[in-house]
Write a protein that binds this ligand. Sequence first.
Ligand SMILES: [Zn+2]
Length: 473
Amino acid sequence: MPANGNQNVFMRRIVRRGLLGVAVAAPLIGGLVVSAWPGPGWHSGPIATDLDLEARAGRFATAPIIKTAAIEAAARPATISRAVRVARGDTLMALLVRAGAERAEASEAIAALRAVFDPRGLKPGQKIDVGLAAPLDGAAKGKGRLLSIGLRPSVERDVRVIRGTDAAFVAKEIARKLDRRAVAAIGRIESNLSLAAQAAGLPRRTMAELIRMYSFDVDFQRDLRGGDSFEVLYEGLYEQDGTLAKSGDILYAALTLSGQRLALYRFTPKSGRTHYFDAKGRSVRKTLMRTPIDGARLSSGFGMRRHPILGYSRMHRGVDFAAPRGTPIYAAGDGRIEVAGRNGGYGRYVRIRHNSTYKTAYAHMSRIAKGVRKGKRVKQGQVIGYVGTTGRSTGPHLHYEVLVNGKQVNPRKVKLPSGEKLKSADLTTFAARRAEIDRMRAAANGKALMVSAACPGADGALRPASGPADNGC
Ligand SMILES: [Zn+2]
């Protein structure tokens, strides 16, 4: 049972999000505009029919064909607009045919699409907008039915295939107008970091990154105490209506644990490998991560214990992290795969050799990740497999071992060599970047103050080192 487990939670939002630094992407059209094109033979130009399918997407069911809208364009063939979702194992051809397109036309449209997007990059669940000429008196089939395809390969861009004036398909790419903002989140941990992060509005992905960047130094099971706090400055891409389209990188984070503040800045040295450095330019990246999994609970420590299956006491030569089946497991450090496969009581097992001294081992996996085979190189943080309960195991968990000179040691106690320290030119660039980030933090915290100024009377407020005090509303 971890020290800060599921105690009764008393949670307060300390600071609301502050926003700043609006950098606008290329000018552009938000949402998809579906044009009702004339049928074959028409060359009088498109009638722009604003059918913002994207805005309605939230109401769509998940059935393959989720929306059919007929638009009557005066005295011209009407357009049917269908939003179809990509099914598992689907091809774009199959999807277009399902939506009502002729194979030959679908094939032409796909060929045009390839100029801007590789259809193999489609993901299950992705939405494709298909524009078709409306059937006339049930005589639906025939050349010229397929008019357009629209899809959004990423939140940053839309792709459209439409018929040009000569009736041939042309593809175009439209950059979407999103606001890039730096967002501050500050919170106090009453019992549990995820709850505090959630209350501060931190997106899930950002929360996972926060844990990963501190996983070298902080044991999240043991080191957190009520009253500890965090500050995070992260980037987000926002839609015009203010909803978060995509959370970006953490630029800065600080954890204050038992009064000690550990602040980290994101920086890319000349080596090109971006990671996090303390204020003095020392990397937090160590040779090995102590916790090679996100959001897991330590369920069994290193040392003597009564074995749950064998029933007698024996040495537990690793640490166990309870996590749902399928949770990704990361390589704790750069290295080469030494073993990957079934290994007796260990079940599906991977062992990585990091250098002449260190190895790490991972057991009971449900599945070993693709490409993880004996002799292959892996990078720190790369997914090597997924939590399971294979071998001698009572439930889904990761059994993790660190071996020093071939002998298992306690991963929580082992002293790990530290990473690089920035020098000369890198250090100068870093100092400038750090000052810039600190200015952004001050501005973000200023906004946060305005939000919380309306609710006085709270006590025990967190006072960010750089910003004005807030009152915890
Ligand atoms: Zn174990």
